[in-house]
Design a protein around this ligand. Structure first.
Ligand code: SF4
Length: 277
């Protein structure tokens, strides 16, 4: 069986940057998971004593709090600073951007529409920068239910599919005179998605590696499935099943933006072993 990696995959600029920042801040703690990859979080704990705390009250004056790539709500950032915690911000600049847009557009009197998953930490953070006229939608259908004022500004979660964003924007344009559209989907997401789109049209089995909570990995899996029915989302080599590769000729592989190379290498070795058995 031929095994091929997508032309663009895995760690993105924002995740590499956040890991570097964490490694430079030994004996600290991240507030929430730094990235959506449990194995990498364990490595930071073991090798650099960078712990993980989900509870903001565990941070005391003088502690170092590393802010996760997805960012945190504005109010929580203020709270940490007011308690004299040393805040080291590892929020990805592509996430900071929609936060700033929400704040500015809100101040200018625009209603804000955010295309994304309301429960995702990135969106909780972005939303917190707008005033009360902010609405999160997860699909085109949800746009039809909105009651918006005249001026609307729209941003997207960094990892969403461009086709779905275009649908949302199209609906807003059809019903509002003034719509300010900001393309906040990040380049790393575009590149990885394009590469999966291409590879999954040729492969007869696709393996997408990344954390189960990782939004960008879920999007990659969804795109792969559009073209290749036998597409699987795994976290590590332990999730692979031999039956997936029976009578297959071409296995395509990609990985989400928080997936380290060593996990990808392990998966490739295991697939090669299955293929040769
Ligand atoms: S996927 Fe994009 S937005 Fe998310 S951390 Fe990576 S570079 Fe930043």
């Amino acid at each position: 069986m031929k095994i091929q990696l997508a032309e663009s995959y895995g760690f993105c600029f924002g995740v590499k940057r956040a890991i570097k920042i964490a490694e430079e801040n030994k004996n600290s703690a991240t507030y929430g998971p730094l990235i959506h990859n449990a194995n990498e979080i364990d490595r930071l704990k073991n090798d650099f004593n960078v712990a993980l705390s989900e509870n903001i009250n565990t941070f005391k004056a003088g502690d170092i709090a590393v802010i996760r790539t997805h960012g945190i709500p504005k109010q929580e950032l203020s709270l940490l600073k007011s308690r004299a915690v040393n805040v080291v911000d590892a929020t990805c600049p592509y996430v900071t951007k929609p936060q700033q847009i929400c704040e500015e557009m809100s101040a200018q009197g625009y209603d804000i529409v955010i295309f994304g998953d309301e429960a995702h930490p990135e969106i909780k953070g972005v939303k917190s920068y707008a005033d009360e006229h902010v609405f999160v939608v997860n699909s085109g259908d949800e746009v039809d239910l909105l009651r918006l004022r005249e001026k609307v500004a729209v941003v997207a979660q960094t990892t969403r599919k461009i086709e779905e964003y275009q649908e949302i924007v199209g609906k807003l344009m059809a019903t509002h005179k003034e719509v300010r559209v900001f393309n906040t989907i990040c380049n790393a997401t575009f590149d990885n998605q394009d590469a999966v789109r291409k590879l999954s049209q040729e492969a007869d089995v696709m393996i997408i590696i990344g954390g189960k909570n990782s939004s960008n990995t879920k999007q990659l899996h969804s795109i792969a499935k559009d073209y290749c029915t036998d597409s699987y989302h795994i976290e590590s080599q332990d999730d692979l099943q031999e039956s997936w590769f029976k009578d297959k000729n071409f296995c395509g592989i990609s990985a989400g933006a928080s997936t380290p190379d060593w996990i990808i290498d392990d998966v490739i070795k295991r697939i090669q072993a299955i293929s040769n058995s």
